[in-house]
Design a protein around this ligand. Structure first.
Ligand SMILES: *Cc1c(COP(=O)(O)O)cnc(C)c1O
Length: 699
């Protein structure tokens, strides 16, 4: 967290947790009854709705795609919390049936209702948003109104006979209406609605709205309590409005996240009832009952102190993950990736599927996040270069076909089988050796149609047919690879067409012999760009999927692909050097004028070509193009920022990607260093962080 960040959304979680403690300890009871009523029965009722709202807000920000993970984690936490309070249930003599009912709906201890409400409520909210946010809010709002009549408006509602029947029915199965059906969905959905950013109140408007709505809710609360109407006091008519303004106030000044506040607030919530019991025990043992229990302020202070201490200690046990963007990192634009997959699928035509080539860590983009993101977009076939890459994908949760394009030692056949990987057969011996390992292996046969790299010779029918007869091989595909599909000269085109014809002849020959070739595929990226007519059953896109070209060679069909990767690094420091001073190894840079140099925390140890500064390499800072100077170090890089206004330590420089009007492409960097985009990308190092910018849900 830097000084300029003010993570108000997370900070308020702490305040909300303390308000919940207040609800359960009545801190002002021995000072003034009306004041205590105001604090604990009215104001503090914003606390739990707030937790629901931040949850809805963050779920919606991720397009509700974190739902499965969120549910599993909440359920695990609930299980843990339930186990923690089990001794108190046993002490109180709770029966098994009551306990189970509590576990499923109302919680097994008085504060644990929050978890089933969150679990069921989020499920309901998740289902409702499918209708669109407005109908969802309307439905949840109606449920809230029903809940209201069973809560603080109970005394009024039951005067209507039909409603009395309704609430009698409700309360014959459950204790309260502040639950996962009537209470939680509305606040989860309000948080989700505000994540859409449609409201956008100014801080002043939001503060004024908060003051007015809190005032109105205060009046409402005192009026209802004066009438003796409440059966419970979690729900008011003014509460949702109050929550919207409160959330807008916090949102308008929110910057960044504060993980510790999240953890500690949750732990305070979980632990405080236990701490109340502990404080009573301590008071008895130390003869401080009058101060620690009877005095409401002292009681509250003791419970807060104990809960906070316990929560902070426990929170420290949890390992803190390193955020990806603290030094130098890649940014993966999931929206662009998924859009590129759609464009390529369309270019391949309806009769052909898209196989995503994610070898070499998805050309440096991160194989598992890329494959998982494509999986979400409906891609079911992936290609890697080697066994280790295939296993890593499976361990990362990637399903469907994973084809290993490169050579695999036949002795590893059991691993191919174990991880359900499909192996490319490189030659007759390779195929025979794979078949001889005694465990069935799924393979695609590689055909050499002229590249003379891997593959069985296209003309040797006997080799083919002998492989088809081997019982240890399950042949599910046949493919070949083009070697000049990027060359549109007459000679290049003639060679490519000859390769395609040879390949088609092999497939034809197999079929006429009654052998089934399975999935037939030929084209990689440049094939899709230049010879889409040879799409067969499937196309294998690598570089095109990442939205870049290998080099400046023209292509026949310009597809609307967008770059997926950005590369960024922090400024470690900015220094001034006088004219005539030199900098860096070999004193390779000499300042021709008074110069401001920024030191970036990135170097060739991260995979950048060391030749880049001398080849005119540049970075973007504040939208200004700044030249790299001197010699690149393993972990540092000097940039002349004299022409960029006011560069500061900690700011972010763009090495690849867009900053304001300016952009630096992968193609530009590769060209400067005399290589192709593919090489530059695949060399990006494992030391770089990876930040995935999630795709916005399209609705
Ligand atoms: C790497 C590779 C591809 C993907 O190539 P791009 O040009 O990046 O699309 C496809 N097929 C084979 C056999 C490969 O080795």
């Amino acid at each position: 967290m830097t000084k300029r960040e003010l993570p108000t959304l997370d900070a308020f979680r702490l305040a909300a947790a303390l308000l919940v403690v207040a609800i359960h300890t009545a801190p002002l009871a021995s000072v003034s009854q009306p004041l205590d009523l105001w604090l604990t029965r009215i104001v503090a009722r914003v606390a739990v709705p707030y937790f629901f709202m931040v949850t809805g807000y963050f779920l919606a920000r991720k397009g509700w795609r974190g739902m499965g993970r969120f549910w599993r984690r909440t359920l695990a936490l609930y299980g843990l919390a339930t186990a923690l309070y089990l001794p108190l249930n046993l002490y109180a003599g709770t029966g098994a049936a009551a306990w189970l009912r509590g576990f499923l709906w109302e919680g097994t201890f008085y504060h644990l209702w929050y978890f089933p409400a969150l679990l069921w409520g989020s499920l309901l909210a998740w289902g409702l948003v499918r209708l669109g946010i407005k109908p969802a809010l309307a439905a949840a709002g109606l449920l809230y109104l029903v809940g209201l009549g069973g809560d603080s408006y109970f005394g009024l509602a039951r005067q209507v006979p039909a409603l009395e029947t309704l609430y009698d029915a409700i309360f014959s199965v459950t204790e309260y209406t502040r639950d996962g059906l009537f209470f939680a969905p509305l606040f989860l959905l309000l948080g989700a609605a505000l994540a859409g950013g449609t409201l956008h109140l100014s801080l002043r408007t939001a503060l004024a709205g908060l003051a007015v709505s809190l005032g109105a809710m205060t009046a409402e609360g005192f009026w209802l309590h004066g009438l003796g109407a409440p059966r419970h006091d979690s729900m008011y008519l003014g509460l949702p409005l109050c929550m919207v303004f409160l959330f807008e106030v916090l949102l308008s000044c929110n910057r960044g996240r504060w993980r510790a506040a999240r953890d500690v607030s949750l732990l305070v919530y979980l632990l405080h009832p236990g701490c109340i019991v502990a404080v009573r025990a301590i008071a008895k043992l130390t003869h401080t009952w009058s101060f620690l229990v009877e005095n409401s302020v002292g009681h509250f202070a003791a419970v807060v102190l104990l809960s906070l201490t316990a929560a902070c200690l426990l929170a420290r046990l949890r390992p803190q993950p390193l955020p990806p963007d603290t030094r130098a990192w890649k940014e993966l634009d999931e929206t662009a990736l998924q859009a590129n997959a759609r464009v390529l699928q369309e270019a391949a035509g309806p009769g052909s599927r898209l196989m995503a080539v994610v070898k070499a860590d998805a050309y440096g983009h991160g194989a598992v996040p890329v494959a998982r993101s494509l999986q979400k977009a409906g891609i079911r076939e992936f290609a890697v270069a080697c066994l280790a890459e295939g296993i890593a994908l499976r361990k990362g949760g990637v399903r469907g076909t994973i084809l290993i394009l490169g050579w695999t030692d036949p002795a590893q056949a059991p691993l191919l089988h174990r991880w359900r990987l499909t192996q490319a057969v490189a030659s007759l011996e390779h195929g025979r050796a794979l078949a001889a390992q005694g465990c069935p292996v799924q393979v695609h046969l590689a055909v050499d149609t002229g590249m003379h790299r891997l593959g069985l010779p296209a003309e040797d029918r006997a080799q083919w047919e002998s492989l088809f007869r081997l019982p240890g091989l399950r042949i599910t595909g046949v493919f070949s690879h083009l070697c000049v599909s990027d060359d549109l000269s007459a000679a290049g085109e003639a060679f490519t067409r000859r390769q395609a014809e040879r390949f088609a002849a092999v497939v034809q020959g197999l079929r006429s012999d009654g052998l089934r070739p399975g999935t037939v595929h030929l084209l990689a990226s440049y094939g899709i760009w230049n010879y889409p007519e040879y799409h067969f059953d499937m196309v294998r896109a690598g570089i095109a999927l990442y939205g870049v070209r290998s080099d400046g060679a023209p292509v026949r069909t310009a597809l609307p692909l967008r770059p997926v990767l950005a590369l960024k690094a922090r400024v470690a420091l900015v220094r001034r050097v006088a004219a005539g001073e030199t900098a860096g190894y070999g004193r390779a840079f000499t300042a021709k004028r008074p110069t401001r140099l920024a030191v970036l925390a990135v170097g060739y140890g991260d995979g950048l070509p060391r030749s880049l500064p001398a080849a005119g390499g540049r970075v973007l800072l504040h939208g200004v193009s700044c030249p790299m100077v001197g010699r690149m170090c393993m972990d540092q890089l000097l940039v002349d920022v004299t022409d960029a206004p006011d560069v500061q330590t900690g700011e972010v420089a763009t090495l690849i990607g867009r900053d304001g009007e300016q952009a630096i492409s992968v193609e530009e960097v590769a060209r400067r260093c005399g290589t192709i985009s593919n090489e530059f990308l695949s060399r990006l190092g494992p030391r770089l962080g990876l930040r995935v910018i999630p795709a916005r849900p399209e609705r």
